[in-house]
Structures are given as C-alpha cells and as structure tokens.
Design a protein around this ligand. Structure first.
Ligand SMILES: [Zn+2]
Length: 216
C-alpha cells in the first residue's frame, strides 16, 4: 500500500470511530442509553464497520470501546450480541452508512404497546417529515415492531425478512424498527441521517403517547 493510500485508509477508520463516539455521547446526553445499553455503528467501507463493544458507557466512549468489525467475519471478542443485527443490515443494504440503537423510554414503551399490531403507524405529525422519503404530515409511515428475543440470530432473520418485504400500499416504511419493550433501531446513509432518524422517531413516539394520555 502506498503512503497516500494508507493515509486515506487511516482517515476513513478515524472518521468512523469519531462518528460512533459522537453518536454515543449525543444519545447519552438525552438519556436514551441508560445503564450502558444501546449500540452504535458506522460503515467504514463495503466490508467493514466501526461498532461499540458490549458494556461500554455510551456517554463516555473512548477509542478502545469501538471495534473494527469485518462484515463477513465472526464477531470480535467483546462484541455485543446485537452486533449481528447491525451486520445483517449492512450486508443486505449497501446504502446504509450508520445504524444507531437506543433504549429511549418512549420507543421502548410504544413498541411494547403495539407488539400485537406488528407496527406503529405515524400519521398527522409534522416531525415525520424528518424521516427519509416522507414529505407530508398526511403520509402514513410504518415502523415495524418485533418481539424481543435473546436469540439474536433468530431475531436478525425475522428483521431481515420483514424489511425485505414491500410495505403495504399508501404507506412509507420508516428508516427504523422497534423491539418491543427493548428499544429502537434507526439508520441512514450517513451518521447525521441516522441521528436525525433516531431523534425524530423517539420524539414522535413521545408526542403520540402525550396525545393519547391528554384529557382536554
Ligand atoms: Zn438493545
């Protein structure tokens, strides 16, 4: 490898690690990753991602908390089991550049409440326009909901199968899904997109819950 190529390679890894650390800090400041929960990943290139290790405080991540994982290799020592969910999505969708997973209170509660429906539907909210492909509050946006599962391989197959199916007519699928009673996965082409989607969905679920509990 030439020196110039080595510098580009180092920069790519560096940028991805910094984006992971920044995302963790951002989510922790909003109380969406309590008690070391959540995990954050950013694509380096076609075959590698930078991803948080298991058990790290996401508000105080250091470089040693971020692993460089090759997509078609076994999980590295210290990986979160949920890294398999990230890897499957990056492998299936080359357009995804970042995946952020948080345990925000409203995402966690609303997924639990809608498990039997298999989805939460957003309609009538201005903030839904922060989601990729949504241009109107009148659109109906589907956020898939899956039962939580400690068998991450089985869960990852269920998620991949559902995300591979077309969404029903007149609906747009959100760049995110819920694990009931567990939390939210959101993604985007860039870390900035994934952050916007994570925040928009958590706040939309907060608005829905507030609306339902409000008694004029
Ligand atoms: Zn989780």
């Amino acid at each position: 490898m030439t020196v110039a190529l080595a510098i580009v390679e180092g920069d790519r890894i560096e940028t991805a690690i910094e984006a992971v650390i920044g995302a963790g800090r951002y989510a922790a400041a909003r109380h969406w990753v309590p008690a070391t929960s959540g995990n954050f990943s950013v694509r380096i290139d076609a075959s590698r991602i930078a991803i948080t290790r298991s058990g790290a405080d996401k508000g105080a991540l250091t470089r040693s908390d971020v692993l460089i994982q090759t997509l078609d290799a076994p999980l590295l020592p210290g990986s979160s089991a949920e890294a398999a969910l990230h890897i499957r999505q990056y492998t299936d969708n080359p357009d995804i550049g970042a995946i952020f997973h948080a345990h925000g209170p409203y995402s966690t509660v609303i997924g639990h409440a809608h498990l039997a429906d298999g989805a939460v539907h957003l309609n009538g909210w201005e903030l839904q326009k922060a989601l990729l492909g949504v241009t109107s509050h009148e659109a109906t946006v589907e956020v898939p909901v899956f039962a939580n599962d400690q068998n991450i391989d089985a869960l990852s197959h269920r998620v991949a199968a559902r995300l591979g199916e077309p969404v029903s007519a007149q609906q747009i699928r959100a760049p995110g899904y819920l694990l009931a009673g567990h939390g939210l996965y959101a993604w985007g082409k860039t870390p900035r997109d994934a952050t916007r989607h994570l925040e928009a969905l958590e706040v939309l679920f907060h608005q829905m819950i507030a609306f339902r509990s409000y008694q004029p």
